[in-house]
Design a protein around this ligand. Structure first.
Ligand code: F6P
Length: 348
């Protein structure tokens, strides 16, 4: 079979490891591969490169994606779904392995209406896809954030400061909670639970009275204060006004806003660090390389068996295939039990 591979959405450590696994496993079964450039954009424009096994052998540890990526949504363009199907037909591409988050995989599912055969591979550092216990990229992002928090501790301690560390995660607090637990944060603020700045400051004051002169506050980029004047002020300070083709606003800025608020309200010296794209760049951890490889091998087997409109997923520690529709149906919010029962005893 002639198979197209594409990577869509934000890049993520482990994408190249999936490409390697799909191409090396699939070519062993006689499939030929082309890589579409820049996600679904490359399919619409017919831009692709040949992917020979020899080109993919050394990709395991490489961050980013050799194919490039974009947040293009074919269904936002007139006749886009039909156009993508027509292009694939003209290029004699019989199946597509789409590696992406809910947006990219949502497009893969909708293309079934146009008889496009897709196998999905879920990725996101945010870990917010419901069909799989974990996505590759998440472990790397948590590792990077944890290392950063470790470093922030020593400088915060030296200066008796509060440091607010803003992490990614979109509207899910997985990165914040895992990195906050692993890094011994005093506070973890997540989108799933709006926070009260006054109560937060009171906790930081009590902590200082107990002799803890420095604190690390981990805040997820999507965290918001409780409804009311605090939320309105934060919204004014952070709204970017930029929305992508899938309707997602660009997040960020809550950490800087919060650091100013804490300093003003408590009088403690406060700094802010936004980890941003450092969480997505560079080499994947061993865990993510293994998960990406397991996903890629399973995607290649799905091609062999002609099983389409599915995505591979991790469930109960096993790699399974689930309908794409199920995988992209709902997003996976943070398990608040993890925040309350596991992180809780160490906060404050
Ligand atoms: O979904 C992955 C992610 O890194 C989010 O955590 C973040 O909000 C977003 O992508 C950033 O996107 P961009 O790279 O377009 O700024």
């Amino acid at each position: 079979m002639r198979v197209g591979i594409l990577t869509g959405g934000g890049d993520c450590p482990g994408l190249n490891a999936v490409i390697r696994a799909v191409v090396l496993t699939g070519s062993g079964s006689g499939h030929e591969f082309v890589g579409f450039l820049d996600g679904w954009r490359g399919v619409l424009d017919g831009r692709s490169v040949t992917l020979e096994p020899s080109q993919c052998e050394d990709l395991l540890a490489r961050g980013g994606t050799i194919l490039g990526t974009s947040r293009t949504n074919p269904f936002k363009e007139a006749g886009g779904g039909e156009g993508a199907a027509k292009m694939l037909d003209e290029m004699e591409v019989e199946a597509v392995v789409a590696i992406g988050g809910d947006d990219t995989l949502g497009v893969a599912h909708r293309l079934a209406e146009f008889d496009v055969a897709c196998v999905g591979v879920p990725k996101t550092i945010d870990n917010d896809l419901s069909g799989t216990e974990v996505t590759f990229g998440f472990d790397t992002a948590v590792q990077i954030a944890t290392e950063a928090i470790d470093r922030l501790h020593t400088t915060a301690e030296s200066h008796h400061r509060i440091i607010v560390c803003e992490v990614m995660g979109r509207h899910a607090g997985w990165i914040a909670t895992h990195a906050g637990i692993a890094g011994g944060a005093a506070e973890i603020l997540v989108p799933e639970r709006p926070f009260d700045v006054e109560a937060l400051c009171a906790r930081l004051e009590r902590r200082r009275e107990r002799g803890r002169l420095s604190s690390i506050v981990v805040v997820s980029e999507g965290a918001v204060p409780v409804a009311g004047p605090q939320a309105e002020a934060a919204e004014l300070a952070t709204a970017s006004g930029t929305v992508d083709q899938f309707g997602h606003a660009r997040l960020g800025g809550i950490g800087a806003w919060l650091a100013r608020e804490i300093e003003e309200r408590t009088g403690y010296e406060c700094r802010e660090t936004t980890l941003g794209h450092t969480q997505r760049g560079g080499t994947p951890t061993a865990f993510d390389r293994v998960l990406a490889t397991r996903f890629g091998v399973e995607a290649a087997h799905a091609l062999d068996e002609g099983t389409f409109d599915i995505m591979v997923a991790l469930q109960g520690g096993q790699i399974v295939r689930i309908p794409l529709e199920v995988g992209v149906g709902t997003s996976k919010s943070l398990d608040l039990d993890l925040l309350d029962r596991v992180a809780g005893p160490f906060l404050g």
